[in-house]
Design a protein. Structure first.
Length: 119
């Protein structure tokens, strides 16, 4: 799931008659990973830099989301709890459940999406 705010909602105000300025639009993205039946769904996610990924525990047992390199780690997520992390650098981020190490996933982060409207 990816939510994108319409570009018009993010338009930066430019004073009337301000020569040389262009209108800048940026994409604000969020992605949700569902935790259910001791799995992450989807297990592999590709996002742009600046995307916030949210893990939502839909299991009836607790889970702890932890990157393999300790780059991010959640508190214990009980049923219906959520954990969010904003990815600010490109790369591949492997993660797992610290309570159930067989549960694994990967976040692939690419360059930031940025749109600049023509003048």
């Amino acid at each position: 799931m990816r939510n994108v705010v319409p570009a018009a909602a993010l338009q930066i105000a430019v004073p009337a008659g301000a020569a040389g300025f262009s209108t800048v639009y940026e994409e604000i993205a969020e992605t949700t990973i569902k935790i259910d039946s001791f799995t992450f769904a989807p297990q592999r996610v590709t996002v742009n830099t600046g995307t916030t990924v949210t893990w939502h525990n839909e299991d009836d047992v607790p889970h702890i989301i932890s990157s393999r390199t300790d780059f991010f780690k959640s508190r214990t997520l009980d049923a219906d709890d959520k954990f969010s992390f904003k990815f600010s650098a490109p790369g591949s981020y492997a993660y797992y459940c610290a309570l159930h190490p067989q549960m694994i996933g990967t976040i692939i982060v690419g360059p930031a999406a940025r749109k600049i409207a023509p003048r």
